[in-house]
Ligand binder design. Structure first.
Ligand SMILES: NC(=O)c1ccc[n+]([C@@H]2O[C@H](COP(=O)([O-])OP(=O)(O)OC[C@H]3O[C@@H](n4cnc5c(N)ncnc54)[C@H](O)[C@@H]3O)[C@@H](O)[C@H]2O)c1
Length: 263
């Protein structure tokens, strides 16, 4: 297969999930060679089988798993052109009910792991030749969220803090790695129809005494573009960030949210 991402090696974490798998499908269609990773090894394997790509089961909170994942990507593909650092978790609960264990769980996956996956990839990326036909050596893409600034929910304080941290890490990496010709950007999706939002709907609804589906309707009914976000809405922007047309962008947090947050 050939396309605008022909031959680019893209490592995706959280690849078995809603956004990760839609992006994998899109990037494969555009010609990329993918390393699909997830805690859900069976899910990553299934997708890899379908797309004719490779899968590596990894828990991104575990240092040994990160090293094994990145080693395997470099061993089998020789390089990583694009890291899509996407795995994430959420918990909806009242501020006063957040325990230290819950705080640690959300921050470990969404922030600590994002940093150390990025670091492990960049340690190798800085030593590789530029991407074919590009002045860049590599591209980093993180999945943050509009929760980073919207402060929207009093019910997701650890999650919102973790995503604000992802925006910050994105910009630190952009500054630190510009001279090495590595760019770093993140996307901020809005309300995307995935398993994560099904969990939000359930947990938020349980707190408020709402029927299933009510929290989802409540959030998506205020989207200016008038419909919920699909994982494919995110995938198009990821394809742009992984490809050559975004080479002069770095340090940016890009809202992909149907207009929920403007300005
Ligand atoms: N769904 C939304 O509305 C929305 C909005 C903004 C941002 N996001 C972010 O998008 C990203 C993808 O979320 P999604 O909506 O596709 O959710 P999802 O639950 O469908 O997918 C998340 C994936 O991450 C994997 N994962 C979780 N913990 C992991 C770990 N320790 N190691 C490796 N993999 C792990 C899960 O197995 C799952 O496949 C997340 O970072 C999420 O915070 C989602």
């Amino acid at each position: 297969m050939s396309g605008p991402l022909d031959g680019r090696v893209v490592l995706i974490t959280g690849a078995a999930g809603g956004i990760g798998s839609a992006c994998a499908r899109r990037l494969a269609r555009d010609g990329a060679r993918l390393v699909l990773s997830d805690l859900d090894g069976a899910g990553a394997e299934k997708l890899a089988g379908e797309l004719g790509q490779m899968a590596v089961r990894a828990d991104v909170t575990q240092h040994a798993d990160i090293e094994r994942l990145v080693d395997e990507a470099y061993r089998q593909c020789g390089r990583v052109d694009v890291l899509f650092n996407n795995a994430g978790v959420i918990r909806v609960q009242r501020l006063l009910e957040v325990t230290e264990a819950e705080w640690d769980r959300v921050l470990d996956v969404n922030l600590r792991a994002v940093f150390f996956v990025l670091q492990a990839v960049v340690r190798r990326m800085v030593r590789q030749a530029p991407i074919a036909g590009s002045e860049l050596r590599g591209k980093l893409i993180q999945t943050a969220s509009i929760a980073a600034y919207r402060g929207g929910s009093p019910l997701t304080a650890p999650y919102s803090a973790s995503k604000a941290g992802v925006v910050s890490i994105t910009r630190s990496a952009a500054q630190a790695l510009a001279a090495d010709r590595i760019t770093s950007n993140c996307i901020c999706p809005g309300a995307v129809d995935t398993a994560m939002w099904a969990q939000i709907d359930r947990e938020w609804g349980d707190l408020e005494g709402w029927e299933r589906g009510h929290a989802w309707k409540r959030r998506t009914s205020i989207i200016p573009l008038g419909r919920p976000e699909t994982p494919d809405d995110v995938a198009g922007v990821i394809a742009f960030l992984a490809g050559p047309d975004s080479d002069y962008m770095t340090g940016q947090a890009i809202n992909v949210d149907g207009g929920l947050v403007m300005g």
